[in-house]
Design a protein around this ligand. Sequence first.
Ligand code: TGC
Ligand code: FAD
Length: 394
Amino acid sequence: MAKTDLFQSPDYYQIDELLTDEHKLVRNSVREWVKREVSPIIEEYAQRAEFPKHLIKGLAEIGAFGPYIPQEYGGGGLDQISYGLIMQEIERGDSGIRSTASVQSSLVMYPIYTYGSDEQRKKYLPKLATGEWMGCFGLTEPNFGSNPGGMLTNIKDKGDHVVLNGSKMWISNAPFADIAVVWAKDEEGVIRGLIVERGMKGFSTPETHGKWSLRASATGELVFDNVKVPKENILPNVKGLKGPLGCLNSARYGIAWGAIGAAMDCYDTALRYSKERIQFGKPIGAFQLQQKKLAEMITEITKAQLLAWRLGVLKNENRATPQQISMAKRNNVNMALEITRDARQMLGGMGITGEYPIMRHMMNLESVITYEGTHDIHLLITGMDVTGLNAFGG
Ligand code: TGC
Ligand code: FAD
């Protein structure tokens, strides 16, 4: 049964006044698209554990693929706050759909734009912007997640091409991606980025099944068995772990905004329910314990909105540090997850059903708090920044 989306966005501190007309236009058009295209169908796709592939065209049309990539390469030419708002609105619909947009923009288009040759930019970026080609990003391996520098995937120089061997795990969009931006070590142990295309012999993308989280997002492995990759597919302008980590800065920034969307949806749902649900002769919103939950939710959402907005200003000025981005990703995702838990309780038994979006957001956020650097890894990044001491080990 198609669902009616009654979402009303909370803005307790008039943060809209900090946005330009362009920001609000972008935000509102994505919000309308999510109400029209995502909300009515997302629950059924999540229940079936299927990615709604038909949304790709619409995501491209609303500018969700490469919003901040220059227009000459097919991107939106927008600023970082617009990018954040797009991620916020899409994740208000579902974290899995936002994942698809994040990966395409920040983990595929960004590295090709930033580290690629002009030929690579011209060949790939316009088709990625329209969604004609979809991409994925292969960094994590079965034995190297938080510590990607240990990766075993490798390339060997064979003259005009390299031979790629190894495997990547937990890769969003892998099962349907046309290209993969893959990170692998060369014979000197230096990490390089390569564009691997579907159809290259020895390259396969088995799907990961059985997830209780991000069920409307397709996740898979990347398996490379003596894949011949032409040297022109190597990203020429970066070497070392800073290559993939640089992409993560952009994706983590988008997640810091995205998580606010999921939190706002749960808060809005719980607030409405609290006024309609009568127990002991009163709406449950009249009870102090329920008001405490709502008051804390709106406080945390407001703090997260301010953090994201300020980070966006710094990012627009190229002044945001990776450590500031870690703080916002960690804080905002954790904030959203805690709100889902309180909101779900406020709906009682109804909170566990697919009639409401809360449980789906909650399960999704268990992935979001793990990928792009776990909650604890981001804490250690902050800890190292303020003390100057490395607690990662090694
Ligand atoms: P470390 O020695 O600290 O650094 C190695 C080199 O990288 C530089 N660097 C960065 N550069 C840019 N941005 C950053 N955020 C950077 N962090 C570090 C650093 O300066 C150094 O450069 P150089 O020139 O000296 O070589 O590296 P480490 O091996 O000690 O690891 C540090 C650590 C743990 C913080 C890092 O590896 C980490 O962030 N781990 C978490 C892994 C992670 O986030 N994986 C994400 C996989 S992709 C994903 O999850 C996509 S989900 C997408 C979706 O569906 O939305
Ligand atoms: P581990 O690194 O094994 O960590 C296990 C636990 O140990 C965690 O709690 C961690 O915080 C803790 N830990 C690790 N090291 C330390 C330390 N030094 N000190 C204290 N605690 C520590 N990756 C990609 O490359 N591309 C993708 O598109 C992608 N999409 C994903 C989609 C989903 C749905 C999921 C779940 C993951 C995805 N990932 C992707 C992988 C994701 O980035 C990793 O899962 C994440 O980085 C953590 O790695 P791990 O799962 O191997 O956990």
